[in-house]
Design a protein around this ligand. Sequence first.
Ligand SMILES: NC(=O)c1ccc[n+]([C@@H]2O[C@H](COP(=O)([O-])OP(=O)(O)OC[C@H]3O[C@@H](n4cnc5c(N)ncnc54)[C@H](OP(=O)(O)O)[C@@H]3O)[C@@H](O)[C@H]2O)c1
Length: 254
Amino acid sequence: MAPGSFAEYTVVPARAAAPVASVKPEYVTVPVSGTTAYISLKELGGLSEGKTVLVTAAAGGTGQFAVQLAKKAKCHVIGTCSSGKKSAFLKSIGCDRPINYNAEHVGTVLKQEYPEGVDVVYESVGGAMFDLAVDALATKGRLIVIGFVSGYQTPTGLAPVRAGTLPAKLLKKSASVQGFFLNHYRSEYQAAVEHLLQMCADGDLVCEVDLGDLSAEGRFIGLESVFRAVDYMYMGKNTGKIVVELPHSVNSKL
Ligand SMILES: NC(=O)c1ccc[n+]([C@@H]2O[C@H](COP(=O)([O-])OP(=O)(O)OC[C@H]3O[C@@H](n4cnc5c(N)ncnc54)[C@H](OP(=O)(O)O)[C@@H]3O)[C@@H](O)[C@H]2O)c1
């Protein structure tokens, strides 16, 4: 989380660090991805038993947590992803209805199987996916804008959405769209980290990591492989949080 984190070593204030039971990549999923899902759904989701929750990029770093936390709140969870392998992963973490958008049209599935709409959307893809999610909102539905990864590689960084019709669509459903940015929720952060680390240590939460073993040049090791890892993410190849291993470059005992 601290500036300069793409480094083998960095010095951070004690308050920016959290103790972990052991050193394993799974814990890396917590500080950004886990807390984003945990705090946003807690503060903005209004989750309760029986609600329908749609998670986009559900098999990714943060999506996996949104799926599991919504299931723990006894919601019905739909998750979008790009492959059969990711669909299988989503099933394994409790997702009720994975949608592989390369095999099925998300809008059609939502219309046919969820005619009443979805109550909460955890949306991190943007563009056309955002538009489909807005159209799928139930009356008084809430869409939480977590990100818009489909636009990050464009010159503006934004994927276009049908913004012109948005006010009318929201009014007709008394629905809402709200942004969430982790940095604005510092007061909730420490408790979220502690809770998630405990769940992770207790085996109560799947913290899936992708170390790059299936990527063209193999496991992501060393700072120089950060570029490969980011490309792999934009190709939609990762399942879970991408982790780049930084081997000890000096003898830590010295
Ligand atoms: N608001 C906050 O405070 C906050 C904090 C952390 C992260 N985020 C956001 O959360 C989102 C997920 O981040 P993450 O680190 O956990 O990544 P991630 O979900 O592990 O990886 C991104 C996933 O998005 C999909 N994707 C990638 N490139 C795409 C493209 N060009 N068009 C459409 N889909 C694409 C892929 O999933 P499929 O192949 O399954 O489509 C990919 O696996 C990002 O939007 C990020 O900015 C927000």
